[in-house]
Design a protein around this ligand. Structure first.
Ligand SMILES: Cc1cc2nc3c(=O)[nH]c(=O)nc-3n(C[C@H](O)[C@H](O)[C@H](O)COP(=O)(O)OP(=O)(O)OC[C@H]3O[C@@H](n4cnc5c(N)ncnc54)[C@H](O)[C@@H]3O)c2cc1C
Length: 472
């Protein structure tokens, strides 16, 4: 079909392996790449200047890649159902292609855009491309959506993946007279000082190359180690679609080995939570486990919540994780687990308070993954296990996964000179030791704000009361 089409980019900010773009180019002579700055997302449920800055960096990179190929990114500001329809009308577009998304907001928005386009006879063409497999499809043998990860993973591994596409070598120019519009400047305030990764597809592809060259081989053994990062740190790129998860999977499997297999399995968690959110959108507001809906008693103590957010709990691993998040917009998965467990099981705060804080700061923050993981750690979500299994002792976790305390000292510099045999429990130092280490507890670094062993018992009791069958 000749004519003109629009490719509406959203969180698929790349040119490699982009099914919607491939299909648009196959079907039409002219293709106009569009991005809509949508206030509902920029200012949305969890406002995040850090993520907005990252997204704008990705848009600049996408525009550069489009220019290299003879096109440009068209940027408009407004409600997508107006902006996309108006542009399609002005250009006489036959269709608008995009990559499907799973969040309730995205699905409502896409329905509105589809209806608006239909009024003008323009065809809406959603495509896959955001996940390893189409997250709407998997069903158990009994025909139900999956709620447990391992069988879900086995199922999608058996489905086989779609073809991975190259980036187009060249693109048709924009129609004459079409004003591309400008990518705005980064927000001036509220952006983390040292973002963990550089924005955009070009940086993403370099990072993927680096990871696949060697670190992936050690992934199975180093994924939990905290002193040196043994994971890919590709999550911000996957979140913004600077990389296609399917291409990551394909390249890792082609490389082969135990590390690659473990990494691909981890990628499947992302599909799993997308599947869960797509089929159970009410998890954004409610516990997946009905027995925990409005039955768990949560703390309202603002002081302990602030101490957690600011990394002042007196538990070094919790504080290190929270400070890494505040400085870089990223946190190691092990630290996310420990800080999440500490908030919900030691401080007894509602998991939604943690979800919100993470959503405001994480470069990779997004509803499906953040909600799924917060509900996992709060023991309220899919993939259930008794509450006591997901209660982490922050001191033992630090000893096990950061035995030389390098991660702790990197993010909590007050502990720099605290000897190794005390650094996991700095409050056990004698007064002389504290003075010698330049770390006086209560002055330079807080004492523990709660007693883990005691709070563990309180948490077990809270969960038992909410659901008498669970924490036994
Ligand atoms: C409380 C909590 C909140 C979280 N919030 C988010 C979030 O908002 N966005 C997000 O992408 N991840 C979230 N995670 C999952 C996980 O911590 C990150 O995906 C991971 O740390 C990213 O680092 P990486 O890219 O080095 O991962 P790698 O270990 O290299 O894994 C590769 C990719 O697999 C995916 N992945 C890995 N682990 C998980 C997981 N548990 N759940 C879903 N996908 C996973 C990610 O896309 C990741 O980039 C959260 C985890 C916890 C415990």
């Amino acid at each position: 079909m000749p004519g003109l089409t629009i490719v509406w980019f959203r969180r698929d900010l790349r040119l490699h392996d982009h099914p919607a773009l491939v299909e648009a180019l196959r079907e039409h002579e002219r293709v106009v790449p569009l991005f809509v700055l949508d206030d509902a997302l920029l200012e949305g449920r969890y406002r995040s200047p850090t993520r907005v800055a990252f997204m704008l960096g990705c848009l600049r990179d996408l525009d550069a890649a489009l220019r290299e190929r003879g096109s440009r990114l068209v940027v408009r500001h407004g409600r997508p159902e107006h902006v996309v329809r108006d542009l399609a009308r002005d250009l006489g577009a036959a269709a608008v292609h995009w990559t499907s998304d799973v969040s309730p907001y995205a699905r409502r928005r896409d329905r509105r855009v589809t209806e608006a386009l239909a009024e003008d006879g323009v065809v809406a063409r959603p495509h896959g491309g955001g996940y390893l497999r189409d997250p709407s499809k998997p069903r158990t043998k009994g025909g139900r959506p999956f709620t447990v990860f391992s069988p879900f993973h086995r199922h999608i591994a058996g489905l086989g993946g779609r073809t991975v596409h190259r980036a187009p070598a060249s693109l048709p120019p924009l129609p004459r007279g079409l004003e591309p519009g400008a990518i705005p400047d980064d927000p001036r305030e509220g952006v983390v000082p040292e973002p963990a990764v550089e924005a955009g597809e070009a940086a993403a592809r370099r990072a993927l190359e680096r990871f696949l060259r060697e670190p992936v081989d050690h992934y199975a053994d180093r994924q939990d180690g905290m002193a040196r990062v043994g994971t890919s740190v590709l999550s911000p790129y996957l979140r913004w679609g600077c990389l296609s998860a399917r291409e990551c999977e394909e390249r890792a499997l082609r490389k082969g080995g135990r590390g690659a297999a473990a990494w691909v399995r981890q990628l499947a968690w992302r599909d799993f939570y997308a599947h869960v959110l797509l089929l159970h959108p009410d998890v954004l507001d409610l516990e997946f486990q009905e027995r925990y809906r409005r039955t768990l008693a949560w703390s309202g103590d603002e002081a302990t919540l602030a101490a957690w957010r600011e990394g002042r709990t007196g538990y070094p691993l919790v504080d290190a994780g929270m400070r890494q998040l505040a400085r870089t917009g990223w946190m190691h998965n092990r630290a996310r687990l420990v800080t999440g467990s500490f908030l919900t099981k030691d401080l007894h705060h509602d998991w939604r308070a943690g979800e919100r804080h993470f959503a405001e700061l994480l470069l990779d923050g997004e509803p499906a993954q953040n909600n799924g993981n917060w509900q996992w750690i709060a023991s309220t979500g899919v993939d259930p296990a008794p509450a006591f299994r997901r209660m982490f002792n922050p001191t033992l976790q630090a000893r096990k996964f950061d035995p030389e305390a390098r991660y702790l000292r990197r993010w909590v510099p007050e502990l720099e000179r605290v000897p190794l045999d005390r650094v996991f429990e700095p409050w056990t130092m004698t007064e002389d030791e504290q003075r010698a280490a330049g770390c006086v507890i209560g002055r330079d670094y807080p004492g523990p704000i709660v007693d883990h062993a005691a709070e563990r018992r309180v948490a077990l009791e809270r969960y038992r009361r909410a659901s008498p069958d669970d924490a036994s």
